[in-house]
Write a protein that binds this ligand. Structure first.
Ligand code: CP
Ligand code: NVA
Length: 300
């Protein structure tokens, strides 16, 4: 059966552990599973980390990445997503895409005979969550029993991070304004995935109290630019600043998938301060991508 990575929950907890282990394995020990193969990388939205980390991961596994902008391929404008997929799988060992509408990835994977990888959709960002776990496990060791706090918008990054942390047994706390938080159904899903404790509040200090990792992300995701003013007003009390970080555990770290907007979701003194792990987290994107692609290529 062809495996895809559209959401973190497309793999089991054991497989998630294996991907993290593969991400840590020396490159030479992975055996160039993509030797002579292509990997298509289609981007409907801008990217720095995802494009570079995926291209380099493909190269490190012996393959050849082919980058295409969304406008050029024209998913569902120039031709249907299904036709694009059926053609690309004749050239490539895998197809990865960053899309506005997650349903496009579902449609592509439903006709695909090669793995389809989500490089960010409106629903999720699994490649980011893999890197985040890699960074946090390097800091803490096992995530089981650790408390991971999310402050701000419950978005694609938050959902994938929550899924991955739950599957590793971490406690989850979300602080989001009314109307921007996880639904009760989402919170139950995290419990079912393995989190021992899942809480959602509108009070950032409550969510961050004693947390080991404090995460946030932009208040305005790609595609939401028209709502910038309204969103900035709704999230005005959700800046991760030094007084909020003071509520966290003494050795708590700050994380952000980037790009970051200093003065909005995070104060410059926090993101550029000693608790911030953003650069290592960004570098972990490449190691996590290599682990995920190696897993999909069959490396065990
Ligand atoms: N974190 C992340 O996905 O960054 P890019 O949008 O630059 O790829
Ligand atoms: N939530 C952000 C993440 C960017 C990497 C977005 O979707 O734009």
């Amino acid at each position: 059966m062809t495996r895809h990575l559209l959401n973190i929950t497309d793999v089991t907890s054991r497989e998630l552990g294996l991907i993290i282990e593969l991400a840590r394995r020396p490159i030479a020990a992975l055996g160039r599973p993509l030797e002579g193969a292509g990997v298509a990388l289609i981007f409907e939205k801008p990217s720095n980390r995802t494009r570079h980390s995926m291209e380099m991961a493909v190269v490190q596994l012996g393959g050849h990445p082919v980058y295409t902008r969304g406008e050029e391929v024209g998913i569902d404008t120039r031709e249907p997503a299904e036709d694009i997929m059926r053609i690309l799988e004749g050239y490539h060992a895998m197809v990865a895409a960053r899309v506005f509408d997650h349903a496009v990835l579902d449609r592509m994977s439903s006709v695909a005979s090669v793995p389809v990888v989500n490089m960010l959709s409106d629903r999720s960002h699994p490649m980011q969550a893999l890197a985040d776990v890699l960074t946090m496990t390097r800091e803490f060791g096992d995530l089981a029993g650790r408390t991971v706090a999310w402050v701000g918008d419950y978005n694609n990054v938050a959902r994938s991070l929550g899924e991955a942390c739950a599957m590793f047994g971490a406690q989850l706390r979300f602080a989001c304004p009314n109307g921007f938080g996880p639904t009760g159904e989402e919170l139950e899903r995290f419990m079912a995935l393995g989190s021992p404790s899942v809480e959602s509040t509108t009070d950032p200090a409550l969510a961050v109290a004693g947390a080991h990792a404090v995460h946030t992300d932009t208040w305005v995701s790609m595609g939401q630019e028209d709502d910038t003013a309204a969103r900035r007003a709704a999230f005005a009390d959700y800046t991760v600043d030094e007084s909020l970080m003071a509520c966290a555990a003494d050795d708590a770290i700050f994380m952000h998938c980037l790009p970051a907007y200093r003065g909005y979701e995070v104060a410059a003194s926090v993101i550029d301060g000693p608790r911030s792990r953003i650069i290592g987290q960004g570098h972990d994107r490449m190691h996590a991508a290599r682990g995920a692609l190696a897993f999909l290529a069959g490396v065990r």
